[in-house]
Design a protein around this ligand. Structure first.
Ligand code: AHN
Ligand code: ZN
Length: 336
């Protein structure tokens, strides 16, 4: 089921969103109007195409040729948008002792600016579809259209748009973490290591940032941001470490008309790439991650199954997330 959106041309800086706050104290009708510069258009069809392009390599499981080629594709795309790209290559030990030749890809816009935002997601595919309803599929790799080609695709589209409409004040770093999804398969017993076998690339980066003493105002992690039927509740680690960032994102979504995708409800507590960014790197970072209240997984019906394919990517979900995050970026830029 493909859904196509047409991308309009938006004259950014000319249009503005109005937020009207009525004085309900009974003291007359004082109206306070705040204007918000509208961000340029996030082209969700473009993000959809970047998602498909990654899937065309096949599953991007570390130590495979598809992983290496797709990494080159991501680096090339960011460079084509004028980003300075550096790679962090590391040998990381997986839960079973496998040494993963991992590659964190870091793309920076305006690298010289001190005030920065961090956008992140993972780019690797899970080697096992261990949540598939059919156990015959458990040892097959996940194509990972949603988990995580969609995350990288939204970051690429954000970079493409920003390169066409300059930011005035802040710099942006996009980090594509590797080796997020090589965690212990669910058919094995959990040794009780608090999920430390997941998110290896972000743990490595947080302990070895690409720039000494790296800081950003805040971070936004996107994890599975294109799945049909997704809504994004407020994840609990995010609320614990960065509730003000949660507020910025959810209120921007509401003002843009995407409130239905961003309900003001609490989600689960998640061991994801934002944990190391918060705890180790000390950068307040939220996670935009789906929260399904029914079905086989809170991450949605295709999570870690062989059905995590382009068929279940919804361009409207990519739009809601991408446009919201873009608005937050331009709001920060206007805040000096
Ligand atoms: C755990 O399942 C421990 N964390 C979820 C992180 C994840 C996996 N995100 C996508 N795939
Ligand atoms: Zn996953």
């Amino acid at each position: 089921m493909k859904k196509i959106l047409f991308c309009g041309i938006v004259l950014a800086g000319v249009t503005s969103l109005m937020t009207a706050c009525r004085d309900t104290s009974g003291q007359g009708k004082k109206e306070v109007r705040k204007t918000e510069t509208v961000a340029p258009d996030f082209c969700a069809d473009s993000a959809f195409a970047y998602t498909a392009a990654q899937c065309e390599f096949g599953p991007r499981v570390p130590n495979t040729p598809a992983h290496e080629s797709c990494g080159d594709y991501i680096v090339g795309k960011f460079r084509s948008f004028g980003a300075s790209v550096m790679e962090q290559r590391a040998s990381l030990r997986a839960y079973d002792g496998t040494i993963l030749r991992a590659r964190n890809i870091i793309a920076s816009l305006y690298p010289e600016r001190e005030q920065r935002l961090l956008l992140c997601g993972h780019w690797d595919s899970r080697p096992f579809a261990d949540n598939d309803p059919d156990s015959a599929n458990w040892r097959k790799p996940v194509l990972a259209a949603n988990d995580a080609a969609s995350d990288v695709a939204v970051m690429l589209e954000l970079a493409r748009v920003i390169c066409g409409q300059a930011l005035q004040n802040i710099g942006v770093d996009f980090i594509c973490f590797d080796a997020e999804d090589y965690g212990r398969p669910s058919w094995e017993e959990d040794p009780g290591d608090n999920g430390m076998d997941w998110c290896l690339g972000s743990q490595y980066w947080a302990a070895n940032p690409h720039v000494d003493g790296y800081k950003a105002r805040f971070g936004i992690l996107m994890d599975m941001v294109g799945g049909e039927g997704s809504t994004f509740s407020q994840e609990l680690v995010s609320l614990q470490y960065a509730s003000d960032v949660v507020e910025k994102v959810w209120s921007a979504a509401g003002r843009l008309g995407y409130g239905a995708y961003f309900p003001r409800q609490q989600g689960g507590f998640l061991m994801d790439d934002h944990v190391a960014v918060n705890r180790t790197a000390g950068i307040p970072c939220i996670d935009i991650v789906p929260y399904f209240t029914d079905g086989p997984s809170s991450f949605g019906p295709t999570w870690h199954t062989v059905d995590d394919t382009m068929e279940h990517i919804d361009v409207q979900v990519l739009k809601a997330v991408g446009q919201t995050v873009l608005q937050v970026i331009y709001n920060e830029d206007n805040n000096g």
